[in-house]
Design a protein around this ligand. Structure first.
Ligand SMILES: Nc1nc2c(ncn2[C@@H]2O[C@H](COP(=O)(O)OP(=O)(O)OP(=O)(O)O)[C@@H](O)[C@H]2O)c(=O)[nH]1
Ligand SMILES: [Mg+2]
Length: 307
């Protein structure tokens, strides 16, 4: 007997569709994707412009399946090529989506949020407003008045308050999205969480630790490329990573006194990679100076950003 979903022609068609999470930098788009999936797919840090390209998560619940696209934060005046590539991806994020969710920090409506609205409201696609970080309101009573204030900005499909940090209302949001997308069959097996390659995800998890542990002394343009990504027969993963920075000063900061900084980055990254891939990880790292890499198309795409 075969109980596979595809063979069950009498079942209801279910729902299948694409949802894009868009917004200015740092509002919590990647956190929201991870919270909905219950798994870490997209990297998060307190610094703006953490995400550099679109990352998709695949969320399956019963007969509904959503491909949820996390995009880089949209911002004005990108300077270097890397930043331009990220911004292009941010602006293009809604194309092909069935629903676009504009994520904001519920406490503010900034000029950049208005730019995002103006960009995405030009399309036919339904635009929803997601008020994230409502855990930061001193009281839940403040949420409803906030919704009322934002209601007039656009004819939003829905306005949904959530907290990607605590998980508040995130199930409600994914449930609403699951019925809002068109009827259709799941395109992916239920256990698949992303189309992002494991190699790219591992490199991103290292970059996340650099962003988290270096504070403001490390510039925006620190990239990670894996020179080895091997699975041993015993299940261990062996990863060699190169960390690209631009100056000798940055290299020294990344390595830290006696190598302590790099060691901490490596320990935390190895733990994260091991958690995500559910296997032991051996990680070696080298810091290299690659002056101007973030302005060089070949280097930017070698690291997995842009085409
Ligand atoms: N308190 C609180 N903090 C949150 C919440 N969601 C995200 N954050 C924090 O906000 C910061 C930015 O989160 P990200 O998920 O990286 O934001 P993003 O929109 O993906 O940012 P970019 O990729 O730079 O565009 C991080 O420090 C998160 O921990 C939330 O619901 N509540
Ligand atoms: Mg992000």
């Amino acid at each position: 007997m075969n109980f596979k979903r595809d063979d069950d022609s009498l079942s209801s068609p279910g729902h299948f569709g694409i949802v894009a999470l868009v917004g200015r930098p740092n509002v919590g788009k990647s956190s929201l994707l991870n919270q909905i999936l219950g798994s870490k797919i997209s990297i998060v840090s307190r610094r703006p412009q953490t995400t550099w390209r679109e990352i998709d998560g695949i969320y399956t619940d019963g007969e509904s399946q959503l491909v949820i696209i996390d995009s880089p934060g949209m911002h004005k005046r990108p300077e270097r090529l890397l930043s331009k590539v990220a911004n292009q991806s941010a602006r293009g994020a809604g194309s092909g989506a069935d629903v676009i969710c504009q994520v904001i920090d519920a406490r503010y409506w900034r000029a950049e949020d208005q730019d995002v609205l103006e960009h995405f409201s030009r399309r036919e696609t339904p635009l929803w407003l997601i008020l994230n970080k409502v855990d930061l309101f001193p009281s839940r009573d403040q949420v409803l008045p906030r919704i009322e204030t934002l209601r007039d900005k656009y004819s939003w499909g829905h306005i949904v308050p959530v907290s990607a940090r605590s998980g508040y209302n995130c199930n409600h949001l994914s449930g609403l999205l699951g019925t809002a997308v068109p009827e259709g069959k799941a395109a992916y097996p239920a256990e698949i969480l992303t189309n992002t390659s494991p190699r790219f995800l591992a490199a991103e998890l290292i970059r996340e630790q650099i962003f988290r542990q270096m504070g403001d002394e490390i510039p925006y343009c620190t990239g990670v490329v894996l020179t080895a990504f091997d699975e041993h027969p015993d299940g261990r993963m062996e990863i060699d990573a190169e960390i690209w920075c631009e100056t000798a000063g940055q290299k020294a900061a990344l390595i830290g006194a006696g190598g302590a900084r790099l060691k901490n980055i490596g320990t935390a990254a190895r733990r994260q990679i091991s958690l995500v891939f559910e296997r032991p990880v051996l990680l070696s790292q080298r810091v290299k100076i690659r002056k101007g890499w973030a302005g060089d198309r070949r280097s930017v795409s070698a690291l997995g950003y842009g085409e």
